[in-house]
Design a protein around this ligand. Structure first.
Ligand SMILES: [Zn+2]
Ligand SMILES: [Zn+2]
Length: 250
């Protein structure tokens, strides 16, 4: 059964119990990583997601807490003998920076490196990202310091809809994008520029008529009970605070 596994749940500063925010969609036919931080190879293993099932990686924006795990994933898969192509989906600016980072790591000198294909996520509402046997994924440009996208994942097995905001301030277009989501995975880093608080996440969940709100990308020193109570002031549906290795059926 398709599932979402949270591989990290922290905002920009991790700690011993929380890596930065990233996750994997494990489908019946393959898996897709969304953002890439921390120590992805070990975390995928612990989550029971085989490396050979990994087909694609989506990077929402170029901040290190969402992207710095990519070079080690690419190198590890090569050293483990991967031959199959890997697709990396990201906004155009992110693709340019990721290429530059990989050139800095001299990836051109890695012999017999498997094919890596970069696919641009276009900057418009409901932009198509990926359509495979398990999932249909679309994107929405959001409001952060750098170009970023929120993602909507529709599970083909049952039509369930997941929205992951990545980093963004509240937006009317995000509320529309998330309308009727079965699971709204909303950042809660705090009410600073380009981010949202738990209360703002709760308001978006209410206005979008989401079925369930899961807070993620929060400050690791924050008390989860306080984050929940802030969101509860706005949203009366089920609320959770994601932890590393939390799992949700899709
Ligand atoms: Zn972030
Ligand atoms: Zn960011």
């Amino acid at each position: 059964m398709p599932r979402l596994v949270i591989l990290g749940s922290a905002a920009a500063v991790p700690d011993a119990a929380h890596e930065n925010t990233y996750m994997v969609l494990a489908g019946d036919h393959g898996s897709i990583m969304i953002d890439c931080a921390g120590s992805p190879i070990g975390r995928l293993e612990r989550a029971g997601v085989s490396l050979s099932s990994l087909r694609s990686i989506i990077i929402t924006h170029i901040h290190p807490d969402h992207a710095y795990g990519l070079p080690i994933v690419l190198m590890s898969l090569w050293l483990l003998g991967r031959r199959e192509p890997l697709r990396i989906y990201a906004p155009a600016m992110v693709i340019g920076r990721l290429r530059t980072i990989m050139v800095a790591y001299e990836w051109g000198d890695w012999p017999h490196f498997y094919p890596v294909e970069f696919v641009e996520i276009l900057p418009y509402d409901e932009a198509p990202v990926l359509d495979d046997e398990d999932f249909l994924i679309t994107a929405l440009p959001c409001d952060h310091f750098v170009p970023t996208v929120s993602l909507k994942v529709v599970s083909k097995s049952n039509g369930h809809k997941l929205v992951y905001t990545s980093d963004t301030a509240p937006l009317d277009s995000l509320t529309e994008f998330a309308r009727g989501a079965d699971l709204l995975l909303h950042e809660a880093a705090g009410a600073t520029r380009g981010h949202s608080s738990a209360g703002m996440a709760g308001r978006t969940a209410r206005e979008a008529n989401a079925r369930k709100l899961v807070l993620i990308h929060y400050q690791v020193y924050a008390d989860p009970a306080i984050l929940m109570s802030e969101a509860r002031l706005e949203f009366d549906g089920p609320i959770e605070v994601a932890q590393d290795f939390s799992e949700y059926p899709l």
